[in-house]
Write a protein that binds this ligand. Structure first.
Ligand code: DC
Length: 285
């Protein structure tokens, strides 16, 4: 089954049916542990994966519109994804937060960042939930603990690439992201591999980019506004290092997904980029 363009009511109905078939299947298999929601527990999700559907096909069972935004650090994708989702009145998925939560857990538990087996075992056991309130604020829950602030530290940022390159962890997180997406229905998702790997037949795909100097400047301004004392040159070198790691890792490297609309945000405001994206999405509706 191939995903179909937006705007076709018959096909939308078909997708909704697929979705309810999938949900029913989940209830049937796990009547006691799933009462009103999809399973967000990474280990259980992996278990479900074995029992139910190959998750490479799970995105086909979502009922609504999928918009992906990929791009390097500082390209503005988190802010734009949030704004675009709000403008469309749909959900928003920050997949970087899932990698950050895993990184935080590994650092806190002292898991060897080069031991992929140990990282994968940890990933399968941990429970990550993304909770968005009515104002669109995201909370990240790790085994029931709110780690929203902790996952944004420099230590987590600097170590996330270890987690991002471990294929076993990526498998668990990709699975989790597809399950969250299936639950959300219509959503905007952002990350490094959303249009290329996780939701390759999304309805609309974007790739945001910006010059490294601009991305570093944005980060610098964000950090100084938050009261941190930082040095622009070292932020620029961090940005370049993260670009290199993101683009050159063996697993799901940062690439422009096939069919993605590329937008350079260097000289544009958030409002300008959001309305540009909105126009593309509205055209496809
Ligand atoms: O977007 P971010 O800075 O919050 O991402 C944190 C880390 O996770 C970063 O090292 C890139 C990685 N990541 C990834 O590999 N795939 C994604 N879909 C999202 C983030």
């Amino acid at each position: 089954m191939t995903r179909v363009p937006l705007g076709c009511d018959k096909n939308r109905r078909l997708r909704r049916q697929d979705s309810s078939q999938y949900r029913n299947e989940v209830w049937r298999r796990h009547p006691s542990s799933h009462t009103s929601d999809f399973c967000h527990n990474a280990a259980h999700a992996a278990f479900c994966q074995g029992l139910l559907l190959p998750t490479s096909h799970l995105f086909r069972y979502t009922s609504g519109m999928i918009v992906t935004i990929d791009g390097p650090a500082g390209s503005g994708k988190s802010t734009i994804a949030r704004e675009l989702a709000a403008a469309l009145g749909i959900a928003w998925l920050d997949t970087g937060a899932t990698y950050r939560a895993m990184t935080f857990k590994a650092l806190r538990d002292g898991v060897d960042m080069n031991n992929h087996l140990a990282l994968t075992k940890m990933a399968r056991e941990v429970d990550i939930r993304l909770v968005t309130d009515d104002a669109g604020r995201l909370s990240v829950m790790l085994d029931g603990e709110d780690v929203t602030r902790e996952i944004r530290t420099k230590e987590v940022t600097d170590n996330a690439h270890f987690i991002a390159r471990a294929q076993g962890v990526r498998d668990v997180l990709v699975d989790l992201q597809r399950r969250i997406g299936a639950e959300m229905g219509d959503f905007v998702t952002e990350g490094r591999d959303q249009g290329s790997v996780v939701f390759p037949d999304a309805d609309v795909k974007f790739f945001l980019d910006a010059r490294p100097s601009i991305r570093a400047r944005r980060r610098y301004e964000q950090m100084t506004a938050a009261g941190e004392t930082v040095d622009y040159e070292s932020i620029l070198s961090d940005v370049l290092k993260r670009d290199h790691l993101d683009r050159n890792r063996p697993n799901a490297p940062l690439v422009k997904p096939a069919g993605a609309v590329v937008i350079d945000t260097s000289d544009k405001t958030i409002a300008q980029v959001t309305s540009e994206l909105l126009e593309y999405v509205e055209d496809r509706r």
